[in-house]
Design a protein. Structure first.
Length: 318
């Protein structure tokens, strides 16, 4: 029987019927799963969060999908949120293999089936969740359509530093220093060490302060920078995926015009070769398109709803 997990409803601002569970993966790692609006009529949106994220961060997104008729699921991946941390230093973002995230996906799908969540299923992947999601589509993720916001199909690194990132992260494995922070990374979560004016996540100050308020209230949700090992795994996984064809699934991808975290060229290249895909550039948006202001979010969630279920009525308010 699945055990209930903590959920911070006062932080999430999501639908009131939220439930959260502890799941155990096939390799005995504990992760957390959140579910909202489980009796929806139009199906279930499976939200794959980005690196360092957690269930409560997607409470508002779940609300936006709920008012359009969808259930939502979100995941605390291994190593982040309330998921089991994988290094003695809980501030270090780490994973042993990127393919391990597919074990998390499998555990969530099994729980969704056991709960009888409404079908069909749809994928919504953000940033690192976009990388995990693209791999999951290749592995046969049972969704009718997919959507991505700023997917991590490449990491934005300056041309001068890219060879250094590859070399340093690769040699760190045999030399046994891969379990340290990547250069320039620190234990403090990003939103706690930059000001609104400095941030590359959102252009909406209220949303930025909302994200900060989560970690001020529940510091255990926070995560610092990634390890050299994580960086090396991410570089190899994004390169492997870039060499694979696009899945035969309808796809809608959003990229902010002010993106500064993931590699925009990889997104353009992928979507140009996705026969049933469409790329939308969101003017003025940064990395967290789901965390921008009301006008951008309304357009985004209306478009997502009609992409998943054509003919879905557009909203009149958030």
């Amino acid at each position: 029987m699945t055990d209930p997990a903590p959920y911070f409803s006062d932080l999430a601002n999501g639908p009131e019927d939220a439930t959260t569970f502890w799941l155990t993966t096939s390799d005995e790692i504990r992760i957390r799963m959140g579910v909202w609006n489980r009796d929806a009529e139009r199906g279930t949106v499976i939200i794959f969060p980005g690196r360092s994220e957690y269930v409560e961060k997607y409470g508002r997104a779940a609300h936006d999908m709920a008012i359009r008729g969808f259930a939502s699921v979100a995941i605390d991946w291994r190593g982040q949120g309330l998921g089991q941390r994988l290094n003695p230093n809980p501030a270090l973002g780490h994973v042993e293999q990127f393919l391990d995230y597919q074990r998390d996906v499998a555990a969530v799908l099994a729980q969704m089936g056991a709960m009888g969540l409404p079908e069909p299923y749809y994928l919504l992947g953000h940033s690192m969740g976009g990388c995990i999601g693209l791999r999951a589509l290749h592995e046969g993720l049972p969704v009718e359509a997919a959507a991505f916001t700023a997917p991590m199909w490449g990491i934005q690194i300056s041309p001068a530093l890219r060879p250094v990132a590859w070399t340093l992260s690769s040699v760190s494995r045999p030399l046994r220093f891969s379990h340290v922070f990547a250069p320039g990374q620190v234990p403090a979560p990003y939103v706690m060490r930059v000001t609104y004016e400095e941030n590359h996540l959102t252009g909406d100050e209220e949303m930025f302060e909302w994200l900060r308020s989560h970690l001020l209230a529940k510091h255990e949700l926070g995560l610092g920078g990634p390890s050299l090992h994580w960086l090396n795994e991410a570089l190899f996984e994004t390169r492997r995926l870039a060499r694979m064809p696009s899945p035969d699934v309808p796809c809608l991808t959003y990229l902010g015009s002010r993106e500064a975290i993931v590699e925009a060229d990889r997104i353009h290249e992928r979507m140009a070769s996705w026969p049933t895909g469409r790329l939308e550039i969101v003017e003025g948006s940064q990395h967290e398109i789901m965390m921008e202001g009301p006008a951008i979010r309304r357009r985004l969630f209306d478009d997502l709803a009609t992409h998943f279920v054509p003919g879905t009525p557009r909203s009149v308010a958030i």
